[in-house]
Design a protein around this ligand. Structure first.
Ligand code: FES
Length: 154
């Protein structure tokens, strides 16, 4: 936790430090683990449950590590009206995880996000750095072809 000590040394441990502190920790570790939340609680004196409550309010925070492939499905207005919800649900079914989770084999993580800035391509998602446009349940099937969440791929 040497990196954490370095991050904490930039703060006074006040309650008002919470959001920027969590942002720094997430940018270093990629997500907020239970252990990290415990350390933040010790440092700030804010109960873990309260920190968790604050962090879950902001969609920017993750509580699971990202998968090898990270899928960000747009839930902005243009994507919403063109079926983003069905796309997210379809992906949840294919991967057998919920929005915000990572498959147990660490292959995929899924999260719904705000506008990706390519509304003409709605409904859209970003797989790692690549935009997937005009998604449909059929194209999702193609995206996960060969992937079976029960049998971890090698
Ligand atoms: S609303 Fe989805 S890309 Fe803008």
């Amino acid at each position: 936790m040497q990196d954490l000590d370095k991050i904490l040394s930039n703060y006074k441990g006040e309650k008002s430090d919470l959001i920027p502190l969590l942002q720094d920790i997430q940018s270093e570790y990629g997500y907020l683990s239970e252990e990290l939340m415990r350390e933040v609680s010790k440092f700030t004196g804010v109960p873990e449950s309260e920190i968790y409550g604050v962090a879950t309010f902001y969609t920017q925070f993750r509580f699971n590590p990202k998968g090898k492939k990270h899928i960000a499905v747009c839930s902005g207005t243009a994507c919403h009206v063109t079926g983003a919800q069905q796309i997210i649900e379809g992906m949840e079914r294919h991967l057998d995880i919920k929005d915000g989770e990572t498959t147990p084999d660490g292959e995929y993580s899924l999260e719904s996000v705000g506008c990706l800035g390519c509304c003409a391509l709605a409904p859209a998602a970003m797989v790692d750095d690549e935009i997937k446009s005009k998604l449909s349940l059929r194209s999702i099937k193609k995206l996960f072809r060969g992937y079976n969440p029960e049998k971890p791929s090698k």
